[in-house]
Write a protein that binds this ligand. Structure first.
Ligand SMILES: [Zn+2]
Length: 196
């Protein structure tokens, strides 16, 4: 059997029995079934190719539900962080009214963050922070994010020492009102104001 490259694009509408990929490339997840090593959709919905976890799933269509796309603004929570990139769990797209069909993750990479030199992603955001970012590409079916725009950045951050919500003294200059710990972030202009 020759392995065809996966032709399904992330977010494509699929119907029951539609081929999504092969088990050599993906772990079949919700809304899929496997026959003879090939993964098919079990339902009508949107295919989600999660290249970070190598999972494929199909999310049922919901009225008004949406998926992240290049150019859209998202709200997400920072997960695993390394010095040059962080993983972001995307929780909202554009307006708060729109539900997300499925769980989506994205990557924020240091090279997409600023025109000036940044030593570490620690200066931008930390695990647990809520950020507003833009989807800058879906290359290799991974959502690549950036906060390099005036309206983007961290909107909520908690203290690395005690977990209390950080207050912003000057743009990017954060202090914990409880333990007085000082930290840095790349904040959005409306830090602490966006209703969650
Ligand atoms: Zn603190």
């Amino acid at each position: 059997m020759t392995l065809k490259p996966t032709q399904q694009r992330n977010g494509n509408l699929v119907i029951p029995g539609e081929r999504l990929g092969v088990i050599e490339e993906f772990i079949p997840d919700a809304g899929t079934y496997v026959k003879d090593g090939i993964i098919y959709s079990k339902i009508v919905g949107r295919a989600l190719m999660d290249m970070l976890n190598r999972k494929v799933s199909v999310y049922p269509l919901q009225e008004g539900a949406t998926i992240p796309k290049t150019g859209t603004t998202i709200i997400g929570q920072v997960g695993n962080a390394q010095s040059d990139n962080v993983f972001v769990n995307i929780t909202k797209v554009n307006t708060r009214k729109k539900k997300l069909s499925g769980k989506f993750g994205g990557i924020l990479h240091i090279s997409d963050e600023s025109d000036r030199y940044i030593a570490s992603m620690n200066e931008v955001c930390k695990p647990g922070d809520i950020i507003r970012a833009k989807v800058i590409s879906e290359k290799n079916q991974v959502y690549h994010l950036s906060t390099n725009d005036k309206n983007l950045g961290v909107i909520y951050a908690s203290c690395g020492v005690c977990g209390n919500l950080l207050e912003q003294r000057h743009p990017g200059d954060m202090q914990c009102p409880k333990c007085k710990n000082i930290e840095k972030r790349k904040t959005a202009p409306d830090y602490g104001k966006e209703p969650l």
